[in-house]
Design a protein around this ligand. Structure first.
Ligand code: NAD
Ligand code: GLY
Length: 362
């Protein structure tokens, strides 16, 4: 078992990473919550169908009663309406403040379950059991929770750090290949913003990670490297006033694309991959990035089996309204995270808005 510590304003917590962690889930939760008899589980029908009986068995074996709340699958259901549905289940069970929620699923489940835990009785303990690449390497770590609004992605939410994150890389083996590859979008992000060891690993083995054959040991290495990166960054800057903004590399255009597509058609990690290429196109055309940066990123993106082009029919006019509602906009100016070279990015706040359309590279 590998353990990575995260520092948060609410107190430190651990990310535990181990293949085969699922069966010992009950013991881990019993250690975290000794006097509690009830655990709420937030999941969706896909994840619950695959892992529900094992999760329930592990928890009930440790003496917990389980109360399960499922939300409909998919980004288009990442809404306040779904969160209200989850809350209703626990309120209906006469929830008490010390009873934790265990959130088992991908980033959509984690963001909504985390928000439900922040809102229920003004806050109940939260534990993440991330089951996708995106969730294990990124979304479960650092306390961001939230839902989408028709006017833009993740515009409603709260910071709500968990009490623990339990990552079992073995569960990534049941992900559809497209989802594993989409997760590589966020993995590439860590490599491109500065994790040299991860960049070397990807340059050498990205095709293996993007292939049908699942290598649990290799994925465990990737999850561990990314978790350590994110833990370090959010421990230094929990509320995103500086360094944490770098984790948004690829997200300004990526989120705008997701909004313009009404949260369907591109997975989050795929949109981030396209967004990183947009940032590289802007940076290279403005002389910020070393020549060749765009083609380097494009080559890795393509080797990861990720899309390398904007979808047909998405014009700058369609994405512009989402760009200007981005959460990093300050004083009306869009903040861009731009690469200077593979492995080095910086925040640019005074970019000429008339040149933003360069992000829609051909
Ligand atoms: P997702 O949660 O929709 O999961 C993708 C698909 O995989 C779903 O259909 C899900 O049911 C299925 N699935 C989950 N685990 C599975 C498993 N082990 N086996 C088989 N199928 C499984 O999407 P995602 O890519 O995990 O997360 C994307 C979301 O995360 C976006 O909403 C994004 O905004 C959010 N996010 C949040 C943060 C943060 O810091 N809070 C960071 C990055 C991304
Ligand atoms: N995924 C970006 C962040 O957590 O800040």
């Amino acid at each position: 078992m590998k353990t990575v510590e995260v520092l948060a304003s609410s107190g430190p917590y651990d990310i535990r990473i181990s293949r085969g962690l699922l069966p010992v889930l009950g013991t881990v939760l019993r250690d975290l919550f000794p006097p509690v008899f009830r655990v709420g589980i937030v999941s969706n029908p896909v994840v619950w169908g695959l892992y529900g009986s094992r999760i329930r068995e592990a928890l009930e074996g440790a003496g917990f009663r389980t109360v399960v709340a499922l939300h409909p699958d998919g980004e288009r259901h990442k809404t306040m309406e779904s969160v209200m549905g989850l809350l209703g289940v626990f309120i209906g069970d006469c929830w008490e403040r010390r009873d934790p929620l265990l959130v088992a699923g991908g980033g959509v489940t984690g963001d909504m379950g985390g928000l439900a835990a922040a809102l229920l009785l003004r806050g109940v303990p939260l534990v993440h059991l991330p089951t996708t690449v995106v969730a294990q390497v990124d979304s479960s770590i650092g306390g961001k929770t939230g839902v989408d609004h028709p006017l833009g992605k993740n515009l409603i939410g709260a910071f709500n750090p968990p009490r623990a994150i339990l990552s079992d890389p073995e569960v990534l083996g049941t992900l559809p290949l497209r989802e594993r590859r989409a997760g590589l979008g966020e993995v590439l992000k860590y490599a491109l913003i500065g994790d040299g060891a991860l960049l070397d690993l990807l340059e050498e083995r990205v095709e293996e990670l993007a292939s049908e054959r699942f290598d649990g040991e290799l994925w465990e290495r990737v999850v561990t490297l990314c978790s350590a990166d994110k833990a370090r960054i959010v421990s230094n800057d929990e509320r995103e006033s500086g360094e944490r903004m770098l984790l948004n590399f690829g997200h300004t255009f990526g989120h705008a694309l997701e909004g313009a597509l009404v949260f369907a058609g591109r997975q989050h990690g795929e949109a981030v991959a396209i967004g990183m290429l947009s940032a590289a196109a802007i940076a290279e055309s403005g002389g910020i990035a070393a020549p060749g940066t765009f083609s380097f990123i494009k080559s890795l993106t393509s080797r990861a089996g990720l899309p390398c082009a904007w979808p047909e029919g998405v014009t700058f006019e369609r994405i512009h309204p989402y760009l200007v509602r981005d959460k990093k906009v300050t004083g009306g100016q869009v903040a861009l995270i731009l690469p200077e070279a593979p492995g080095r990015v910086r925040i640019v706040r005074n970019y000429d808005p008339n040149l933003l359309s360069r992000g829609l590279f051909a």
